[in-house]
Write a protein that binds this ligand. Structure first.
Ligand code: DOR
Length: 437
């Protein structure tokens, strides 16, 4: 037993990856989990009885707006928001200003992450220079500079030939590709092209804008065997396509908390807040995507945390910037809408927020060793009060922006503590390790 050991005592520990689901103690030492079992003793202890302890959540899709739009989010505020939502690892997207398409930008960002981030953060570099879908980036050099994956997120790649070359090059460079699937010849509107758009008189983009691009990406992923991750799947058909192709390639996919809990119906408010890309869909799509997540066709959840200034959201829908905050509400929104209603088990929710994306990140980074809540694994943990209720308020959000689609909603289940490498990076109960021993 080391002098700095910490025991998290009496929490209900749930880790689908380690088959843990019951009240037990967890010992942390030198940044790692060193023991799991009943009756552990140590000098410093946190009484976590009544709380749940999960493996830390992993978000492979976030926009921390650095460099370029630090008025909307920074590494400091984005990582604090992530920690407040129980996230211990995050992948940062490259649609910044400048775009993260050069080794010098990647290495600068990696250095800043080391200084400024509260959680583990990984840099996605661009797949194409300037995200323009024309010239491939120097992926080998980007990887050497510290890039973790490549993506043109925010934009779809329009040419199959260009995308195929990108996959082949990424594969040879050993980088996974995260794909935003959208055909811009079909995605000409600002909301989903459905009943709500028609009633509101707003230009719509059909579900086929996503489905056509998803089909193209999956065909190419199967052919090239590149490691391809399709992000923010929002239609039932795209989810079904993922199901068909994932056995034919190194393919994974995620969907977002908002596509699992909200629908196009919000468009009737005409509020710019509800513009997002891909757009909120009809209930049939929300249900189809939810079923695909429950059955394992979709591998995990990622938030697409996309902060925007109030001046870019408090506008008519046609003029507003697309995007929602995601980190701070992800667990609670999904727990409230899916677990409490019996549509998803708590265990599957934790698998889709922690175990599965965690496995994806570890595989992509070539990490070996244990993960989850078991001896030897990094001490990355989320402590949650499932009976806690809270109302989402702009002034209480940790993010520098406040464009949450859940503003005003009362949610159940509250993250009360987040631990990264044994350090408490978010303390929502004033626990301070040792104080409640
Ligand atoms: O709504 C979105 N916002 N979707 C994206 O793909 C990009 C994101 C952003 O960067 O704001």
């Amino acid at each position: 037993m080391g002098a700095q050991d910490l025991i998290i005592r009496g929490a209900h520990v749930l880790d689908p990856g380690s088959n843990l689901d019951g009240i037990t103690d967890v010992r942390l030492s030198a940044g790692r989990i060193t023991e799991v079992g009943e009756g552990l003793r140590g000098v410093r202890a946190l009484d976590a009885s009544g709380l749940h302890l999960f493996p830390g959540f992993v978000d492979v899709h976030a926009h921390w707006r650095t460099p370029g739009r630090e008025d909307e989010e920074t590494i400091e505020t984005g990582s604090a928001a992530a920690a407040a939502g129980g996230f211990t690892s995050v992948v940062m997207m490259p649609n910044t200003d400048p775009v993260i398409d050069k080794p010098v930008v990647v290495s600068g960002l990696v250095r800043r992450i080391e200084r400024e981030s509260r959680v583990r953060a990984y840099v996605s570099a661009a797949l194409h220079e300037g995200l323009e879908g024309k010239r491939l980036t120097e992926m080998r050099l980007l990887k050497e500079a510290g890039a973790f994956c490549v993506s043109d997120d925010g934009l779809g790649t329009q040419s199959a030939g260009v995308l195929r070359n990108g996959m082949l090059y990424a594969k040879s460079a050993g980088l996974p590709v995260i794909l935003h699937c959208e055909d811009h010849t079909l995605a000409t509107g600002v909301v989903h092209d459905g009943v709500a758009a028609a009633l509101a008189g707003l230009p719509g983009s059909p579900g086929s804008a996503e489905d056509v691009a998803t089909a193209m990406a999956l065909v190419l992923a199967a052919e090239t065997s590149a490691k391809v991750h399709v992000t923010h799947v929002s239609t039932a058909l795209s989810a079904a396509l993922v199901g068909f192709f994932k056995v034919r390639g190194d393919i994974t996919a995620d969907t977002t908390p908002h596509h699992l809990t909200l629908t196009e119906e919000l468009v009737s408010t005409l509020e710019g807040l509800y513009r997002v890309n891909p757009p909120l869909r009809p209930d049939e799509d929300r249900i189809g995507v939810g079923d695909a997540l429950a059955s394992g066709i979709l591998d995990f959840v990622a938030t697409d945390h996309a902060p925007h200034a109030a001046s870019e959201k408090e506008l008519p829908l046609e003029e507003a910037a697309p995007g929602f905050l995601g980190h701070e509400t992800a667990f609670s929104a999904l727990y409230t809408d899916l677990v409490q209603s019996g549509k998803l088990s708590l265990s599957r929710l934790i698998e889709t927020m922690a175990s599965a994306p965690g496995r994806w990140v570890r595989e992509a980074s070539g990490a070996s060793g244990a993960c989850g809540i078991c001896p030897g694994a990094p001490a990355d943990l989320a402590l949650v009060d499932l009976s806690g209720e809270w109302t989402v308020r702009a002034d209480a959000l940790v993010s520098r922006s406040s464009n949450s689609p859940y503003l005003g909603r009362r949610l159940k289940g509250r993250v009360v503590g987040t631990v990264v490498g044994g350090e408490m990076v978010y303390d929502g109960i004033g626990a301070k390790f040792g104080a409640r021993a």
